[in-house]
Design a protein around this ligand. Sequence first.
Ligand code: ZN
Length: 241
Amino acid sequence: MNQTVRVTVWNEYRHEKTNEHIGKIYPNGMHNAIGDYLKGQPGFEVRTATLDEPEHGLTEEMLDNTDVLIWWGHAAHGEVQDEIVDRVHARVLDGMGLICLHSAHYSKIFRKLMGTTCSLKWRESGEKERIWVIEHGHPIVEGLGEYFELEHAEMYGEPFDIPEPDTLIFISWFPGGEVFRSGCCYHRGRGKVFYFRPGHETYPLYYDQNVLRVLANASRWAAPGNGPKPVFGHSQPLEEL
Ligand code: ZN
């Protein structure tokens, strides 16, 4: 795609302000760590939005001018207003891309789009994660090796209660023996949805070059195409009956 992709990086932005350790890792918040990287890549126009802004920063104007929304949430999923969730949901069905990161598996918007509990196993012990590429020709894995590793990560393990992905891009392995579907693509209406696992707030994972590369690739993949809008309802025959 040659046209500019307008990305909005949304962050709950609470941990960075309330926890000194996390604030040191992300002095300007995770949304700006991701946003600053994307700004340095060709073809992106980047804005950010956070939970405590009016309308969570996701006004009609903001969403109308967003091709891809990146979502990070963890401790305050319940504070996201249903009205805003409905607004984001409608935009996804109308073609906006959505990338849900890490603990956003439990966000209202991801669960609404999936229709399942999105529950999983977890453990926070700073273990290594090896992320295997499963779909080698997919645009989201462009520039990666056959796997990449994160030295310290929170473990997420199966079962992950999601609908079967349209395309499974990554599987993670953890030293405790668990595996996890860590990169999952979906189509919902005209929109594309990507779930990507890495990103626990106490580890500096949004500075990792492979993670960032995936986010840039996924943003390009999830950008809306120019396909026709679906037409529903009563239909006149196109041929004489
Ligand atoms: Zn986490």
